[in-house]
Design a protein around this ligand. Structure first.
Ligand SMILES: [Zn+2]
Length: 186
């Protein structure tokens, strides 16, 4: 993968994270999965100035397949991301998720860990961190799913877009079930 100037990465960090950064070092990373290379390149380590939650940032860029564009990646060093290698792993996972099917059908949160529904999984049982719905549980009935999503979105928006707790979830479900009736009564 081609390299871009350090200054370009500094600008990318400023635009992605809103702070200035000082370059510290370049670290070669070779990430393998079952002995196959999945990522190989240089990760640039920057020190952040006055960032509220991270002191370091790991940055690189790569070409975007099928286009002339470049994608800039700037991962904050926080939580389990404590090394250039961990940053690369996190970014690989994130890009895989972004490739599709990971948007919350209720609130549009774009980065669910799994698709809400697949043929194999049924529901994922993941809880959307944005609106709080749990796929495969609160929306388990096929015939009511769209209505649950619609009501859930209304309640989420009315509550100033905070995740809905269990009491709110029960209230939404009561509304849906009452307005739709059980499937055998149709
Ligand atoms: Zn959601």
């Amino acid at each position: 993968m081609g390299e871009v100037p350090i200054e370009t990465l500094r600008v990318a960090i400023r635009s992605l994270h809103g702070v200035e950064a000082t370059w510290l070092e370049s670290v070669p990373v070779h990430e393998t999965f079952q002995s196959e290379t999945v990522w190989q390149g240089e990760v640039q380590v920057f020190e952040l100035h006055k960032h509220p939650s991270a002191r370091l940032c790991f940055a690189w860029s790569h070409e975007v397949a099928g286009s002339d564009g470049r994608r800039f990646v700037a991962v904050l060093a926080q939580g389990p991301i404590d090394s250039p290698e961990a940053a690369v792993r996190a970014a690989i996972l994130q890009e895989a998720r972004e490739r599709g099917g990971l948007t919350c059908p209720v609130c549009g949160y774009p980065k669910l860990r799994e698709p809400p529904y697949t043929a194999e999984s049924g529901g994922s049982f993941e809880i959307c961190p944005s609106c709080g719905i749990q796929f495969g549980y609160m929306d388990a009935r096929d015939d009511l799913r769209e209505e649950v999503y619609r009501r859930w979105r209304e309640a989420w928006e009315a509550g100033e877009r905070k995740p809905l707790g269990m009491e709110e979830a029960k209230r939404v479900m009561r509304i849906v079930v009452t307005s739709q009736g059980p499937p055998d009564s149709n």
